[in-house]
Design a protein around this ligand. Structure first.
Ligand code: MG
Length: 242
């Protein structure tokens, strides 16, 4: 049956990592997200003390604070699937071989407002160098970074993660979307309508239960970020039978 509503899009949280040979935020997780037909792969980016952008979720890797150390201190570390710790550059290079999949670029918070802005600038510069502006959507918990993305990449999609600003406020600040914990959206169900009327995109994270995925689709989530993207894609494809 045709629907007047756009179909909800599924984003693999830290890539598709719950599958053989994969690991969170690995190049393999990006390839796997592409293989299963996810709309996008989400990944987490930090800037080292000597300004190399690397991909990893936590602030520390094997006890080493990424942002407080030069890249040389972490470059030989490996992920749980044996891959080298990816740099942003290596991840983007791989994405060039995987047409279509969107890059849901989470810039992690850094320690000072200036460092957050520097990290945003370095991120946009590399995305431009690689010609990936049209495939990249920026997300961040940090408003200094978010506002810098908006300032220097005014055509880009930029969504805010922290859940503490209303859709109207996000619109005023220049964000193109909200990307909130689903619990926050369930506490403020009117935000779905408010965001939609303002033309903001609505993404929710991290939704890992099929019933909850169905509920959020019904409420109007345009994007769902999940650790179970295969199941989520099946729900979107067959909403009445799953
Ligand atoms: Mg993330």
């Amino acid at each position: 049956m045709l629907s007047v509503q756009a179909q909800t899009k599924i984003i693999a949280h830290r890539g598709y990592w719950q599958t053989n040979g994969s690991a969170q935020n690995s190049l393999r997780s990006l390839e796997e997200a592409h293989r299963i037909g996810a709309y996008g792969a989400e990944f987490d980016v930090h800037l080292t003390s000597d300004n190399v952008l690397v991909i990893f979720h936590d602030d520390t890797i094997q006890g080493i604070s990424i942002q407080d150390h030069p890249y040389s201190a972490i470059k030989d570390l490996t992920l749980s699937n044996g891959e080298p710790l990816p740099t942003l550059e290596s991840y983007l290079q791989r994405s060039l071989t995987l047409p279509g999949i969107r890059l849901i670029f989470e810039l992690k918070p850094h320690k000072t407002p200036e460092r957050n802005r520097e990290a945003a600038r370095a991120s946009v510069e590399m995305i431009r160098q690689m010609g990936l502006e049209d495939r990249t959507e920026y997300i961040t918990f940090n408003n200094d970074a978010g506002l810098e993305f908006i300032r220097i990449a005014p055509q880009a999609q930029v969504a805010y993660l922290n859940g503490d600003l209303s859709p109207a406020r996000l619109k005023e600040l220049g964000y193109t979307g909200l990307d909130y914990n689903y619990k926050k959206m369930l506490q403020h169900p009117h935000w779905f309508k408010e965001a939609r009327e303002l033309g903001l995109t609505i993404n929710v994270w991290t939704v890992n239960k099929p019933d909850l995925i169905r509920q959020l689709i019904h409420l109007g989530a345009g994007f769902i970020t999940t650790d179970i993207p295969v199941e989520a894609l099946s729900i979107v494809a067959h909403p009445s039978t799953n």
